[in-house]
Design a protein around this ligand. Structure first.
Ligand code: ADP
Ligand code: MG
Length: 373
């Protein structure tokens, strides 16, 4: 997408950046433990190429991000302090504003809030890929008044994901799982047009099973989406796309004991992972692919009894010759847990954003940069 200004375009437009104040929208929405410690600083480190490019030119960099969902008011639980401390170690002298979502104007895209963000700034850089699918103030506002550009991380994400979408190497396989079913089901339909086959695990498969009339016990599913899943199953068939669902599972029985199931979960039981047979079958599909996009773990991998499906799929992602991309916070965390994060071609910093970019080929944040001032 050449029409989105790069950092070099920004420098050509603004001139010498030395002493210039640059607002950089970053995605510092990092995972925190109960004591407020950062458990993974991947997103902070991912912003460094852009920050360092700017500071090397003498620019004065102010970063801004959201963290968690503080609902439009200050909440010490979502303070940026831990991020600020880590940032100070990685990029001394770089400022960080307080959590953008402490102000309701961020998510409502309030022009008055945009004015406050850009006050005193000479330029704007969006490097927050993980937030660029939202038309929030800090994403779409500043390019309307400031010379703007995409940062290095945003540029890399867009190159990789649009590359997949626009120039797919076939077979192109989508692997979907996780728990955020309703948000992702909409994407399944769009993905069906892009990929050659879809592999579905995680809690997502139970809504499909319900549509097929299978027993799912007390497994997590989305009653409102059963009809949609039925339609998707028919659509996949019409389009000649394979839709792979697990035919064995592990979980707990009604008494809460570890249990194995076929494609049906027993009364009162819960499916928490794909079984070994399905994991092997999914793995074969991945090994035979030339391009794979994976979003959402195959099971409740945080519990070691239910990590093996996700581990097998992660290992296949590492072993296949296909071009492999993983998007989604929990999927990336699973890869890191298995120490396979260096074995895939690209780990995206955005889950929702990567799915939406594959789906639509564009994002509100990219559109805002393209329109510019
Ligand atoms: P991502 O962050 O990669 O986009 P999600 O947030 O959608 O993925 O889902 C991740 C969560 O889904 C994990 O916490 C995992 O425990 C949960 N999960 C996966 N499979 C199941 C299942 N069968 N039942 C309940 N939870 C599941
Ligand atoms: Mg998640």
């Amino acid at each position: 997408m050449s029409e989105i200004p790069t950092l070099e375009d920004l420098e050509a437009r603004v001139g010498d950046l030395s002493g210039k104040r640059v607002l950089v929208r970053t995605d510092f929405n990092v995972p925190l433990d109960d004591d407020g410690n950062i458990t993974d600083d991947f997103r902070i480190r991912s912003a460094l190429p852009t920050i360092e490019w700017l500071t090397a030119r003498g620019a004065h960099v102010t970063t801004a991000s959201h963290l968690g969902r503080p609902k439009g008011e200050p909440n010490p639980k979502f303070s940026m302090d831990p991020v600020r401390a880590r940032l100070a170690e990685l990029a001394p002298g770089v400022e960080l504003m307080e959590n953008l979502r402490f102000d309701p104007g961020e998510t409502s895209n309030d022009p008055a809030f945009v004015d406050r963000l850009v006050e005193g700034m000479d330029a704007y850089v969006n490097d927050a890929f993980g937030a660029s699918h939202r038309a929030h103030a800090s994403i779409v506002g500043p390019p309307q008044t400031l010379p703007s550009a995409m940062g290095r991380l945003l540029q890399k994400e867009v190159d990789v994901l649009l590359g997949m979408r626009n120039d797919p190497k076939r077979p192109f396989v989508g692997v979907l799982g996780g728990a955020k079913i309703s948000g992702k089901l909409g994407v399944v339909e769009a993905l069906l047009d892009v990929v050659d086959s879809l592999v579905i695990g995680g809690a997502m498969c139970f809504t499909f099973f319900a549509a097929q009339g299978k027993s799912i016990g007390d497994s997590l599913y989305e009653p409102d989406m059963v009809e949609t899943c039925g339609r998707l199953l028919r659509e996949a068939e019409e389009k000649g796309k394979a839709l792979h669902l697990p035919d064995d599972m592990t979980g707990v029985d009604a008494a809460g004991n570890f249990a194995t199931f076929g494609a049906n979960v027993s009364e009162g039981g819960k499916g928490f992972d794909i079984g070994p047979g399905s994991a092997a079958a999914f793995s074969d599909v991945i090994m035979d692919a030339r391009m794979v996009f994976w979003n959402g773990p195959m099971g409740m991998f945080e519990d070691e009894r239910f990590e093996s499906g996700t581990r097998t799929v992660a290992q296949a992602m590492a072993d296949t010759k296909a071009f492999t991309v993983v998007g989604g916070g929990d999927s990336a965390a699973a890869l890191a847990q298995f120490r396979l994060d260096d074995e895939v071609d690209h780990v995206s910093t955005g889950g929702g954003a990567s799915l939406e970019l594959l789906e639509n080929g564009d994002l509100p944040g990219l559109e805002a940069l393209r329109k510019g001032t």
